[in-house]
Design a protein around this ligand. Structure first.
Ligand code: ATP
Ligand code: MG
Length: 553
């Protein structure tokens, strides 16, 4: 079966199928239009997968267009980071990166066309008056006294706006539509405002900037976008989108379709809130591994494939909903279980001395994957002193505890069976060392006398292993919907970032940054960009099992 045949459909793909069937469109053109005022998050990934996915499957094109009409809030760093993220996800945009600001000259000409048609006017009412005259959802607005200014005068005034003769906030260019419309966005919306701001693309060329609603539809039309896909909050604005397109002279008729935003539990997906987390230092930056940003997820150890699989599974509808974090994690876990190499690391080391180990260190071989032999094997040093996980030892325990118990045996993963003979404690009664013996006949085989050893634990050589900082992350917020709280920063999970001083097997020193590895029995991890030869740092990407189901309730 062709790949396209098994891809789940959605209402937008059904619309496109129909458009193709009826010959409305032959070539499908979409676009992903981020505003460069922050980093991309997992919600944007939904939109990216939708737009680029459609372009790929219908053999069309998807443009990357920066929707850059708010120079004060935008930055070239965001422009660069967004391109990096889209590329990392594995998508290729059509031709050069585009900017709405590429079209500022054309947008200006279209605004003049609307003025000439008596469909736009310059309004000098102050903000307060304008707000009052807009009316409310229940009552109609009132016409502005500037609505009847002549075309000639409006042309001259708009020209002056462009020439910098009016102050910021002194006037606006407004569309002349309908102050009685039930849709607030149709009550003579602003088209242009005065801003004396330096723009990251156009510098100081402009001191008037077009509004989103005016810019977006025209940019779509200029680029020949056939299906302009956006989130539901723009549903009403579709009237304005269509009004602008039908009142200017352009040979293209893009259509806007709305789908629901992605909301994810225990995090926030609004750039404004994410900026706040960064600026108020609640996180270490946009790429803090707890952030729902693409760069945060990448640093955490998420793969492009897992994010795309997640976007596939959540689907595209018009229904608002809240997706569980466990769904995102499941996509990753399934991939990594099949793909990630295995290694051993101890998060809370407890020392073992093998009293009957004498002679030189041994080199053992361990498979990199339990079922995929093509992944090969690696060497692990076996030495007189090793570390095991503190929680894997008890002086006394019942049979359910299938790890190391005083006087009993356990198997060391990829190595021998050991027996705990005695412990040494410090003055606080804390165990500092376990003295063990090991059975030299048990490498890769059961004890010959029929002794049954059930438990298997992981370990690292104490003398040849490498110390490592291991960063454990948890959900960033304590409540499923932090955006609904009065102050969302008040419900940040104080335990969302914990550092462990662990030990890792020596092969991990050469691990690649961000490349997923399963630390056996512990979870999936990846080396962090903060890592150096002297200071290895690993991030826990996700645990081996879903811990949300029980703990979240
Ligand atoms: P935010 O609210 O996070 O600031 P935005 O909509 O202002 O998001 P844009 O840069 O304008 O951010 O978004 C680019 C595209 O991504 C838009 O088409 C927008 O509809 C879409 N998008 C943004 N957030 C989400 C989300 N949570 N789920 C799906 N699509 C989204
Ligand atoms: Mg936006």
């Amino acid at each position: 079966m062709a790949e396209a045949d098994i891809r789940p459909t959605n209402f937008i793909r059904q619309i496109i199928d129909k458009d193709i069937e009826q010959g409305t469109h032959n070539l499908i053109q979409t676009r992903f239009p981020p505003e460069p005022n922050g980093y991309l998050h997992i919600g944007h990934a939904k939109s990216i997968c939708l737009n680029f996915g459609i372009a790929t499957d219908y053999k069309g094109q998807c443009n990357l267009r920066f929707d850059d009409t708010n120079p004060e809030k935008e930055d070239i760093d965001y422009v660069n980071a967004i391109q990096q993220d889209v590329t990392w996800l594995g998508f290729k945009w059509n031709g050069d990166v585009r900017y709405s600001s590429n079209y500022f000259d054309q947008l200006y000409t279209f605004a003049v066309e609307l003025i000439n048609k008596g469909l736009a006017y310059v309004d000098f009412s102050n903000q307060e008056t304008m707000r009052e005259m807009r009316g409310t959802l229940k009552s109609p607005g009132q016409n502005s006294p500037y609505r009847d200014t002549s075309v000639a005068e409006n042309l001259a005034l708009f020209e002056k706006m462009k020439a910098g003769e009016f102050k910021e906030g002194e006037c606006l260019l407004r569309a002349k539509i309908d102050m009685g419309s039930p849709f607030m966005c149709m009550r003579d919306p602003a088209l242009y405002r005065v801003r004396f701001a330096n723009h990251h693309q156009t510098g100081d060329k402009w001191c008037i900037y077009p509004m989103y609603d005016f810019t977006h539809c025209i940019s779509d039309a200029i680029e020949g976008v056939t299906h302009s896909l956006c989130t539901l909050e723009f549903q009403d604005n579709r009237r304005l989108y269509d009004w602008v397109i039908s009142n200017i002279t352009i040979d293209s008729e893009p259509h806007q379709y709305e789908f629901s935003r992605l909301n994810l539990e225990y995090t926030v997906l609004s750039k404004r809130k994410l900026i706040q987390l960064v600026e108020e230092n609640h996180v270490t930056g946009w790429d803090d591994p707890r952030m729902p940003t693409i760069s945060g997820l990448r640093r955490r150890g998420y793969t492009p494939a897992s994010i795309k699989e997640f976007c596939q599974r959540i689907g595209v509808t018009k229904m608002d909903n809240m997706v569980e974090m466990s769904m995102l994690e499941a996509c990753l876990r399934e991939e990594l279980n099949a793909d990630a190499n295995r290694a051993m690391a101890v998060l809370e080391p407890l020392k073992i001395v093998l009293e009957n180990f004498d002679g030189a260190d041994e080199v053992l071989s361990a498979p990199n994957h339990p079922t995929d032999e093509t992944k090969g094997s690696r060497s692990i040093p076996f030495t007189k002193e090793i570390y095991i996980e503190k929680e894997d030892f008890k002086e006394q325990a019942n049979k359910k505890f299938k790890r190391l118990v005083l006087g009993k045996e356990v198997r060391l993963r990829n190595a021998y069976v050991i027996k705990a003979e005695r412990v040494e404690k410090d003055s606080n009664g804390e165990i500092t060392t376990i003295f063990c013996s090991y059975d030299k006949e048990t490498l890769g085989k059961d004890p010959s006398d029929g002794r049954k050893v059930k438990g298997v634990i992981h370990w690292v050589s104490a003398t040849q292993g490498k110390p490592a900082e291991i960063r454990l992350y948890d959900r960033l917020f304590n409540v499923p919907n932090p955006a609904a709280e009065e102050d969302f920063t008040a419900c940040i999970n104080a335990d969302s970032f914990v550092i462990k001083k662990g030990m890792v097997e020596p092969s991990l020193a050469a691990a690649e940054v961000n490349c997923p590895i399963q630390f056996e029995r512990t979870g999936y991890f990846c080396k962090d960009k903060d890592s150096s030869n002297d200071n290895l740092v690993f991030n826990r990407t996700v645990g081996l099992r879903d811990t949300w189901a029980n703990s979240a309730k």
